[in-house]
Design a protein around this ligand. Structure first.
Ligand SMILES: NC(=O)c1ccc[n+]([C@@H]2O[C@H](COP(=O)([O-])OP(=O)(O)OC[C@H]3O[C@@H](n4cnc5c(N)ncnc54)[C@H](O)[C@@H]3O)[C@@H](O)[C@H]2O)c1
Length: 326
């Protein structure tokens, strides 16, 4: 029996595949390589290059490998791009995920874990944000993820599909010993962008807004180490397989760091200057996005262990020093 990881050649998915393989949990991967990297999937892990919407090929792969659970990472995930090109997001995220769910239900796979996102909350009324907070996404990316969550809720009620929608806050860090880390192109995440400045690949860090209602005026986010995310997925699988209640779970630490604190950490870790340019606020950026991690703690038994800011930045730096993007 194996675990299907869609998007397993991407940033977070590849770390989860690595963890599952290390635990002998037989991961198998489907990835279209639209943004992923074939070399991020370890040798020996069965791999199908396909779109998750390709029902015939996905069904064949699920049948051949006796898949008993699906971890669904495959998605487009750039907020700005989703505003400019929403068709790609509704098709690539929502329509493709519904097609995958058709295949999963037809094959009788009992458990499904969705990579969801803090973007389902939109601009929060309070922070830390509990799962019971209203979901009011403010961009097509968040809308598509929330729609998939709704489909999962209905399919659970009607067909008994067990699911966990894991709402990640800011995934960060790397597993440099496994040669794994963040390789988005273009990159939009703060920590790899800051480290590209440290490597001399970009001239400066742009900080968007320094007049927010936060202690130092820059935006505050909840960073979670990708190795902690990997552990949380294993726990979510165990939880569902043990008959745990389906639903949505935040994955974060409950502790936010400001953009300025991230830049300062990168200066400490890299020992480099890191010039900063302070720019205007970006539309749709809330001042602070911090998870309440209590539900995942209580139900899944999950606690972030590697998500201190310096550890995250150090692991990402070790990875980036060994790998320079084109
Ligand atoms: N990175 C973050 O901070 C973050 C935060 C919240 C949620 N997420 C979610 O986590 C998941 C993984 O994010 P990531 O940062 O690893 O992104 P990524 O782009 O590195 O990985 C996505 C992978 O999915 C593949 N893929 C995309 N569409 C596909 C399709 N239709 N069929 C088959 N393969 C397809 C890509 O080739 C890639 O390998 C996404 O669902 C994303 O929305 C990420």
């Amino acid at each position: 029996m194996s675990v299907l990881v869609t998007g397993g050649a991407g940033y977070i998915g590849s770390h989860v595949v690595h963890r599952l393989a290390a635990l002998g949990r037989a991961p198998v991967v489907i990835d279209s390589l639209v943004t992923g990297h074939r070399d991020a999937v370890p040798e020996g892990v069965p791999f199908l290059e396909a779109d998750v919407a390709d029902r015939a090929r996905v069904a064949g792969f699920i049948g051949r490998h006796g898949v008993r659970a699906v971890l669904h990472f495959a998605a487009l995930s750039q907020v700005g791009e989703s505003v400019a090109a929403p068709r790609a997001y509704f098709q690539g995220n929502l329509v493709a995920s519904l097609a995958l769910l058709e295949t999963v239900l037809d094959a009788g796979v009992p458990s499904f874990v969705l990579s969801s996102t803090a973007a389902v909350y939109g601009t929060p009324d309070c922070t830390p944000i509990p799962e019971s907070h209203p979901t009011r996404p403010i961009n097509p990316y968040g809308v598509t993820k929330l729609a998939i969550e709704h489909a999962l809720g209905a399919y659970h009620a009607a067909y008994g599909l067990r699911y966990a929608a894991l709402r990640y806050f800011n995934a960060a860090g790397a597993e440099p010993s496994a040669g794994l880390g963040e390789r988005h192109e273009p990159e939009s995440h703060l920590i790899p962008l800051v480290l590209r400045v440290a490597l001399g690949l970009r001239p400066h860090v742009t900080v968007y807004g320094s007049d927010y209602d936060t202690p130092d005026g820059t935006c505050v986010r909840d960073y979670i180490h990708v190795a902690d995310l990997a552990e949380a997925h294993v726990m979510a699988l165990d939880y569902l397989e043990a008959g745990g209640d389906s639903g949505a779970f935040n994955l974060g630490t409950g502790r936010g760091y400001s953009v300025q604190e991230v830049v300062d950490a990168a200066r400490r870790v890299t020992g480099r200057e890191l010039p900063v340019v302070y720019g205007e606020r970006r539309a749709g950026d809330p001042a602070a996005l911090v998870a309440s991690p209590r539900l995942a703690e209580a139900r899944l038994g999950f606690q972030a262990r590697r998500s201190g800011l310096d550890e995250i930045v150090r692991d990402a730096w070790d990875f980036h020093r060994g790998f320079s993007p084109p």
